[in-house]
Write a protein that binds this ligand. Sequence first.
Ligand code: FAD
Length: 456
Amino acid sequence: MQWQYLSDLINDANRVIIGQAIEHFYLTDGLKQTFGEADILIFPKTTQEVCAIMQFANTHQINVTSRGAGSNLVGSTIPNHGIILDLSLMNNIIELDKETFTVTVQPGVLLIDLQQFVEKQGLFYPPDPGEKRSTIGGNISTNAGGMRAVKYGVTRDYVQALEVVLPNGTLLKIGSKNIKDNTGLSLKNLFIGSEGTLGVITQCTLKVIAKPKASETLILGFDSIEKAIANITTILQTLTPTALEFVERKVAQWGEQYSGVTFPLPQAKAYLIVMLDGMDHDDITKQRQNLLAVLGKVDYVIPQTAEETQQIWAVRGSLVRAVEAVSQQDPIDIVVPINRIADFIAYTKQLEQQTQVRMLAFGHAGDGNIHLCILRDNLDDKEWSRKLKMVHDGLYQKCLEFGGLPSAEHGIGTAKVAYFNDAIPLENRQIMEQIKQLFDPKNILNNRVYRQMINP
Ligand SMILES: Cc1cc2nc3c(=O)[nH]c(=O)nc-3n(C[C@H](O)[C@H](O)[C@H](O)COP(=O)(O)OP(=O)(O)OC[C@H]3O[C@@H](n4cnc5c(N)ncnc54)[C@H](O)[C@@H]3O)c2cc1C
């Protein structure tokens, strides 16, 4: 039988699951709305195993879908038959090098475990996407962003070196612990954000920095979303906050109901949540004073304890799950230049009226990344597809008009192919196609992701 070779290779029945025995969890993504099919699910533990699996798959032209925690929201881990390569057991922290400020890990290490590990050593890994139980391999493959991107950047900014297994089983070692590197083309940057289409990451060396000694959160209340958003530029002209999020009151209420935590300033119609960090308490006080001076008269609350602060961020972090507890939703991850956020939000209100489809907006105000949950409510399948297309067409077209892009951080996957085509010129997509062919001439790796996008 075809799979005997792989079973013998791994030689551990718990790490090779065949056919019907594969749980549904592994056939989908973080939304769990669409499911694929797979013949075999393998949990490799070593790079050598990954090399051998890829070599076998390439020789026999078998599709492979790599997977971390499966929390992506764009269908990129929905398998297209063949092999699911689940990297979650490759989860060792290999080395913390305090002298070069780097940490080397296997790809299945969870973000939360890495963050806690380095913080215990007085260090800090800034990328902070909302799903803390996502894996570092998944974060690199999606160039994950998150709330702290406004000050610290995204995952790409912290990747120093990678080990990657190519579709034919060849192992590439890319990058180094050096801070600066202008030695040849940056292969490393090709893999970051490529959604698993070019190779399988089996080891990653990440940059860490000194942990900020103090931080503080302010919740600013406004009587309209327009007024809240009008202050974003003022804030960014004054300082660089660690995080700068906007949430409408009606959205915060969903979070309150879901998490059981009461949000302050209940009379406000919209909030900006600002996180500051710095070297010490005086540094934070100075930043806060500067901020409040430029904002003028504004309602604000500063949580007094670590627990209260954590609860505020828990409400913000629970918004997607809070929405999903009430209705199926389709997540949007649009980015617009920060001077167009207000216009874009105004457009969503107009579209909501036109289509009678509810949309909840919140997001990373500091970098123009707007998350919208489009609610299905009680629409039947036919009406949901019709209206969702209408809403998508409107949103993605408007985002392009404003100079924006269809994805800030979630990626294209299988879900946003059509809108990617509209956003990226044909010549660029043709070069991407050539790159894919160079790395994966038999087109076996994550071959649903990007395909229609590249072949218009
Ligand atoms: C509640 C919630 C909140 C979220 N918030 C954010 C957010 O704030 N910011 C953000 O950017 N994203 C966010 N996400 C999306 C998601 O968590 C990220 O995309 C995350 O980086 C995916 O990591 P993962 O381990 O789950 O990867 P998976 O979903 O398993 O995989 C994602 C992609 O990476 C590929 N891949 C995974 N591991 C490897 C590997 N070792 N080698 C090669 N390819 C690999 C897969 O093939 C797939 O294409 C959120 C998701 C949820 C459910």
